[in-house]
Design a protein around this ligand. Structure first.
Ligand code: ADP
Ligand code: MG
Length: 296
């Protein structure tokens, strides 16, 4: 190996906001055949906002929003933050503390307040509903998901009282990144998300990504990577680091985005992008390919 080639490439990448850890990594990066992209915070900005609030009951939209904000009071998820912010901006002055807050894995949250059990959950909640639900609920979910939004149901004492949809914006450079990956010969690009099928399809479509896997729990993201590796692919995983640390670690090349301040991400990844510039991904991969050719 010519150390000069490695050092020069690392130097270049570093100047442009990417930190590559070690020459082995660079070699691995030059052999990548498949790229997995996490949806929230990677392909999208991760800046989730509430778009619509609807009532399926006698409660007003304000009531629905207030219930949801209480249910999400202690949530760390960007969806929880978005609902609380929107509720405050809509005039709710104080969000009372809920009790017995818990997260529903891959679905949402649950908490109790003044003897009612409040749940804010995605459409998976319908699977747990005993009663036949209002067709308006299904229409709301379908309609929002087709628009690439995430539909959430506000459930009080097992009754679906309203719906809230949230949306994230796709990163401006996502489409160009996908096109550039194609140009360097990487055509197997996967969008991975815990979000629903329809939203995943819409976001993938907007970014020009042909493959997607939805409804994934964090461990399922690992399984997708393992599956690809078993098929002989050399897999790069691009994620925001916090939720994706295991997937970043298992992939052949883990690329963490916008990692300033998150040690976990830097620790778990092989390449840490200090900027939020997605185009660094094809740039580093193509740089590594060229460097590999120089070394050989
Ligand atoms: P991802 O970050 O890939 O969307 P998560 O596991 O964080 O995956 O969440 C999966 C899905 O669960 C979300 O898309 C959303 O539908 C639902 N969800 C997660 N947390 C919340 C929350 N606090 N409130 C409502 N829904 C949530
Ligand atoms: Mg997540």
């Amino acid at each position: 190996a010519t150390p000069t080639a490695v050092v020069a490439s690392v130097g270049n990448a570093a100047r442009r906001g990417g930190v590559i850890k070690g020459g082995v990594t660079l070699e691995g990066a030059g052999k990548v055949t498949a790229v997995c992209l996490d949806k929230t915070g990677t392909v999208t900005e991760g800046n989730i906002k509430v778009v619509e609030v609807v009532s399926f009951s006698s409660l007003t939209k304000e009531d629905i929003l207030q219930k949801a904000a209480v249910g999400e009071k202690f949530s760390q998820h960007p969806i929880g933050r978005a609902i609380r912010e929107y509720a405050m901006a809509s005039g709710l002055t104080d969000i009372p503390d809920a009790e017995d807050f818990r997260m529903l894995y891959g679905r949402g949250v649950q908490a109790t307040y003044q003897d009612s059990l409040i749940e804010v959950s995605n459409s998976k909640a319908l699977e747990h509903q005993k009663k036949q639900s209002d067709p308006a609920i299904h229409t709301f979910i379908k309609d929002q998901e087709q628009k690439g939004r995430t539909a959430l149901l506000v459930i009080v004492n097992q009754e679906i009282v309203g719906g809230i949809s949230v949306a994230d914006t796709i990163r401006q450079d996502a489409k160009v990144m996908v096109a550039q990956l194609g140009q360097i010969g990487i055509k197997k690009i996967f969008l991975l998300t815990g979000d629903n099928e329809e939203t995943a399809r819409t976001i993938a479509g907007e970014a020009g990504i042909t493959h997607f896997r939805a409804n994934l729990l964090p461990e399922d993201k690992l399984h997708v990577i393992q599956e690809l590796q078993a098929q002989g692919e050399v897999v790069a995983m691009v994620g925001d680091g916090v939720n994706d640390a295991p997937a970043l670690m298992l992939s052949d090349v883990g690329i963490a985005m916008g990692v300033i301040g998150t040690d976990v991400a830097i620790e778990a990844s092989d390449i840490a992008l200090l900027s939020e510039n997605l185009l660094m991904v094809p740039e580093i991969l193509s740089l590594s390919r060229r460097t590999l050719r120089l070394i050989k």
